[in-house]
Ligand binder design. Sequence first.
Ligand code: 2P0
Length: 353
Amino acid sequence: MKMYQFLKTRHHKEFMRDIQSQFVKNILTDVCTNPKESGAAFAPSNIALCKYWGKRNPSLNLPVNSSLSISLGSLGTRTEIRLHDTPATWADRVYLNGQLQPPESSFVQRVTSFLNLFCPMLGNVHFEVRTENNIPTAAGLASSASGFAALVIALDDLAGWGLDKKQLSMLARLGSGSASRSVYDGFVQWNAGSNSDGMDSFAEPVFKPWQEFCIGILELSDARKPVSSRDGMNRTVETSELYKSWPQQAAADLKTIRAAIESQDFPLLGKTAEHNALSMHATMMAAWPPLLYLQPETIEQIHKVQRVRSKGLEVYLTIDAGPNIKLLFLEEDEASVASTFPGLKTIKPFGSC
Ligand code: 2P0
């Protein structure tokens, strides 16, 4: 059995829970719990310019490579959480955008199994979670990133732990790797770390605002992706010969993107981010069974971006594990980019949306 298949077995899930519970205990060792009735938080969504692709430890969501993202300002998830002490028949209730979700749905299962990791500190309780996403639907923006970040920060608010951002980032990471970056605004670097206990794998802010920086969301398809990012990256690590060169390239790209942010060198940032995203897709296509998230419309738009760039429009692209494209450009080109790509939704991470 391949490792990515083994990761789905009950045996592995139980093993994973033990490791995650221990990790949560380690973080909360010297912390006092002082719960109130409810807690609330907002966390932004984020888009990686240097992608996270591949785990060195799937139980603790420890990545193979460090990554760097940009948070999307006021686009993200707002979550409110309440405690209910028993009755035993009561189950956790999870609302998404005002709708009570079926307990057997994968969304509820993921949220409740994450929250259950914290039950030893909170007693025999049930949770009521109300979560609202204002991310454009079907835009291919990872709602698990802002979702788990908002959930952890709301839980900290409810429990009165007073955790710092580094601890919040590590706990959000347990829910979803990219969530570790969503505890901050602006440019954010998630350090892969090298320790097996996961205590050195957390995100940090880059502290370099760039007012003119724009992101354009090009929605091309709202089809549900056939393979989740999680399964896709595990399969890539396991079966893609091309993946062997990925960690080295990602490390070099991260360094270049950091330098481009420092010097506000937009062409350098743009071309490195585009190269990084397309290289990640190359590792996926070389997996077996192959992972092809790009649709015909995606390929068409990649050609278009290259064509308009060759005519002098400074626009670059990045793509996550899906068919939609995110354009990168500066405010001075906003009008030209918008007229070239009809239907584009522009986000200014350092300004107003
Ligand atoms: C990223 N992605 O850096 C990369 C680029 C998708 C492509 O992080 O298994 O949902 O929960 O840690 O965070 C999506 O993966 O995966 C992702 P898990 P996650 O944004």
